[in-house]
Design a protein around this ligand. Structure first.
Ligand SMILES: Nc1nc2c(ncn2[C@@H]2O[C@H](COP(=O)(O)OP(=O)(O)OP(=O)(O)O)[C@@H](O)[C@H]2O)c(=O)[nH]1
Ligand SMILES: [Mg+2]
Length: 440
């Protein structure tokens, strides 16, 4: 991986023009590089925003001496007028003065390498930047604050205690099971598993918040799927006509429902289509609804159930779904009470529909207590640790020698170390940090 001893530079603000743009320099040579750029002759005072000039521009330079900086190294931040031309010129001047262009995530990587953040917190920085809903931001911020690290630390602490006692039993065999009673081992491991399950129990909600969900709108032709899609999207995205079979392709739109980033998919009305294009559309709609996290099944409140209605309702019976009777503004035939009555035309019932979609996704719980684990990497490692713990518990129940149990328990602890980054391969690190933006 790239050397942490290089002095690196990058524009830290988003591409394009803005009120202010910031160029960040980090590394042992940061002050020397900055001094070569700015007009001010005296050294910059720590943590004091200093107005000066750089070439013909006005800038404010701030020096954060190591270790009290984002990266833990000497950092100089130069705020300039937010013009891409000006900012590029500052970066070029810094390169000329001996800095090198930062790789994506390299500032945060340095923060990790210098112990300013653990890996969970570093990953949370990327999540926070990528967050598109307030709830995503909250969960990321929570992890940035160390909540997840602490919870994992608690589980690891209990495990560590058990490992220490088992090791003592091996090291001082004469004392027999003095340090840990035979029957107690399996129960102790069981306690660790329970703590882990608690963490993993939050994971599906955490993932839902972090990654969002896909919701497909399905139903027979002409019931008003595209009309509902447009109302939820807040824009006239899908074509609406009175002709059954209007929608042929999948149309998607990102919306926020109950704090969740939802990809809404409008599908072609499900029926035995004659025309080849419509038939392909129906097939695609089916596929989309099969992979969606939840489906909204739409029927026409003003008409009796048809064969096609019944087919869609039966096909989605075991799915997370919301049953909707649209066109409630018209004379309605009796659909059962479980059908939410809405009108895409008047907007009646649409808020209730949003609520029902959120509930179907499990977003209601997600809002109540914040989920700690949301990252698939963390979930996979926690699950791997759990496998080892279950093995150890079984071995303990069969009174296997401590050495066997210990190997499994140590492996489980190793997975925890990988999550927070005390033991992580360079490959994993490059993979994680490569997803950051440059300048972070
Ligand atoms: N009265 C009334 N008419 C509606 C309502 N929603 C949709 N419509 C009408 O129903 C017809 C079909 O609407 P679409 O949204 O195109 O229906 P669809 O389910 O997407 O149809 P396909 O794409 O053909 O499967 C249009 O003429 C809409 O104006 C409603 O709530 N009330
Ligand atoms: Mg349509």
């Amino acid at each position: 991986m790239f050397s942490p001893d290089d002095t690196i530079v990058a524009i830290a603000t988003p591409p394009g023009a803005g009120g202010i743009g910031i160029v960040r320099v980090s590394g042992p040579d940061a002050t020397r590089v900055a001094a070569a750029l700015i007009h001010r002759k005296a050294p910059l005072e720590p943590r004091l925003a200093t107005f000066t000039r750089l070439a013909d521009d006005e800038v404010v330079a701030t020096f954060f001496p190591a270790p009290r900086s984002y990266t833990g190294q000497d950092v100089v931040e130069i705020s300039a007028h937010g013009s891409p031309v000006v900012l590029d010129a500052i970066v070029r001047a810094a390169l000329h003065a001996g800095a090198r262009l930062a790789e994506p995530g390299e500032f945060t990587l340095r923060a990790f390498l210098n112990g300013k953040r653990d890996l969970v917190q570093a990953e949370a920085v990327a999540d926070l930047i990528a967050a598109s809903t307030p709830l995503q931001a909250r969960v990321a911020f929570d992890q940035l604050e160390g909540t997840l690290t602490r919870r994992i630390g608690e589980v690891d602490g209990v495990l560590f205690d058990l490992v220490a006692r088992l090791e003592a039993s091996i090291d001082f065999p004469d004392e027999g099971y003095h340090f840990v009673a035979a029957g107690e081992i399996a129960a102790s491991i069981g306690k660790v598993i329970a703590l882990l399950d608690d963490l993993l129990g939050d994971a599906s909600r955490g993932r839902l918040i972090r990654e969002g969900a896909t919701v497909a709108i399905v139903g027979r032709p002409n019931v008003g799927k595209s009309s509902i899609f447009n109302v939820l999207a807040g824009a006239d995205r899908a074509i609406v006509t009175h002709i059954p079979g209007t929608t042929r392709d999948l149309i998607t739109e990102r919306v926020e429902i109950g704090g969740i980033a939802v990809t809404l998919v409008d599908t072609a009305g499900a029926r035995d289509a004659e025309d080849a294009i419509e038939r392909e559309g129906v097939t695609r709609g089916l596929r989309a609804s099969e992979v969606a996290d939840a489906v909204v099944v739409v029927v026409d409140a003003s008409e009796q159930a048809t064969e096609d209605d019944r087919a869609v309702i039966a096909r989605t019976a075991d799915r997370r779904r919301v049953l909707v009777a649209n066109k409630s503004d018209r004379d309605s035939t009796a659909w059962p009470g479980e059908f939410l009555r809405v009108s895409a035309l008047t907007g009646a019932g649409i808020d209730a529909l949003r609520g029902a979609i959120a509930s179907a996704l499990g977003a209601r719980e997600a809002l109540r207590d914040r989920a700690a684990v949301s990252n698939l990497r963390h979930i996979a490692l926690l699950e791997a640790a759990r496998v080892r713990l279950v093995q150890a518990r079984e071995a303990a129940a069969q009174s296997a020698p401590e050495e066997f149990l210990l190997a499994d328990l140590q492996e489980a602890r190793g997975r925890f170390d990988e999550i927070v980054g005390t033991r992580t391969s360079e490959d994993v690190l490059s993979h994680i940090f490569a997803k950051f933006c440059i300048g972070k």
